[in-house]
Design a protein around this ligand. Sequence first.
Ligand SMILES: Cc1cc2nc3c(=O)[nH]c(=O)nc-3n(C[C@H](O)[C@H](O)[C@H](O)COP(=O)(O)OP(=O)(O)OC[C@H]3O[C@@H](n4cnc5c(N)ncnc54)[C@H](O)[C@@H]3O)c2cc1C
Length: 486
Amino acid sequence: MEKLDQRICIIGAGPAGLSCAMYLEKKGYKNYQIYEKLNKVGGKCWSPKIKVKHNGVEEEKSFETGAIMGAITYHAVSEMEEFGGYYHKGPDFKPGEPNMRREFRKTTGEVDHPFEPKVNFSFKKLKGLLKLKKQMKKLNKLMQTKYVGYDCYGHLGVAKGEYFGISKGVDGYCGATKENSFPNYIKGSNPNLKDLALPFAEFCRLNKVEEVQRIWIAPFTSFGYGFFDEIPAALVMKYLDVTTALEFVNMKLWTWQDGTQQIYVHVNDKLLHPAILETEVVKVERPEGKVIVTIKGKDGKLKKEEFDKLIVTTPLDYFAQYADATKEEKELFSKIIHERYCDYIATFEEGKSPNISGYLVENMVPERLGHAMVYYNRWQCLDRDCPATVYALANHTGSKDVDYDVVMKTMDEDMKKVGFPIKEKLYAQEVYYCPHVSSKDYADGWYDKLEALQGTKNTFYAGEIISFGDMEDTCAASKDIIGRFF
Ligand SMILES: Cc1cc2nc3c(=O)[nH]c(=O)nc-3n(C[C@H](O)[C@H](O)[C@H](O)COP(=O)(O)OP(=O)(O)OC[C@H]3O[C@@H](n4cnc5c(N)ncnc54)[C@H](O)[C@@H]3O)c2cc1C
């Protein structure tokens, strides 16, 4: 059979599944099928429309329950935008666009200005800020010199002190601009990269740049990606490479007018074979040379389909339960940890919603697990009538998990204390979020072991586990996997 005629099954129509399909088409493959268990595409990019009323006028606006923002380093997402014909707003926002302005607040509600030396001036604050600036510069330099190769997508070779992957910028350093988007693969050895297996807090201690955690914490921990005493530095630095981190600091970010989900709706609409919705893959058998997938459709009936190849973009720890997983696959996938990220979109008591997004930094520590860490006001033009999304983490290695109901109640209490009393929750969820492995498993070469499995039993692994749990790393991982294996 001609290579391009192969029948390929893709499980999941989130950013990973849809980008795999797009990159397959770009290579000339036409015979693929995407199965999605929900009645919508986009996975964790879900942007419901909600009716809002402001100054007596009622209108419908998009809100975000999942992914919100991007940055100039989002090269793969740009390719999705191009394919679907749907583009971001920003980084310079016009009135009426969902911007990314934000403030810091204490848990008592008082507005805080941790990075503005002139507000609440003290010599201690000034000294602290100068130290932070110096360490930011130092880290930037270290990443360009000591840690050359850190910023390609994925984690191949890092545990052995090597790097291999698509670079986010040029020469192994992320100086990304629109013009140099997606430079070539980079490859090399750099024993210092092994440090990236350390938890980020330890990595910062080792390099004497502990202060930088003050900058990285907001777009990392409050975005549900875990705490710095447990998360390997590789995950932090690959998502928030210095260029992207500075885009956050300077609020040079992207948003999408009708929501991030629309990126994927538009891509799906342009595909030769749009995803088959409400169809869950419930069983996978892989006898010699074939893949037999059992699907459960809308009517609840089971059906078997035969394919040549399988691309799994869904949680691998779950895949091991419904597939004929080998001992090796079971063992490897059992090491996956995920964050329990909880959020809700709520309305507030009349005229009392936050009119700008806000970080509650005091709650971004494991001791405050289950507390609201950030709230997102998407439509600042609606002033104090706008529903907002509120977020908290429910797990941390070494702490007792917080029950979902407790998290929801705690977030309500927090928002009331801050001065934004919740009226009604419109959407609430707990998400399987940011799958990754521990520092120990990272150092033991977990990612290289996964790479060794690519293609065995006609199966390929994509999705957020490959690089990091954001839209860009996920779509770039698809580009890499389709590029190298198909
Ligand atoms: C609250 C929140 C905020 C976020 N903020 C940002 C952000 O600002 N910027 C950013 O870049 N990223 C952000 N993200 C992360 C981003 O959304 C994810 O990294 C991305 O969606 C991962 O894509 P994926 O395709 O790997 O997985 P998913 O999006 O989880 O998609 C997987 C799909 O597979 C389907 N599926 C699962 N099992 C089966 C089965 N057995 N059969 C058929 N279908 C199945 C699921 O229903 C789902 O649609 C955020 C996520 C959340 C939840």
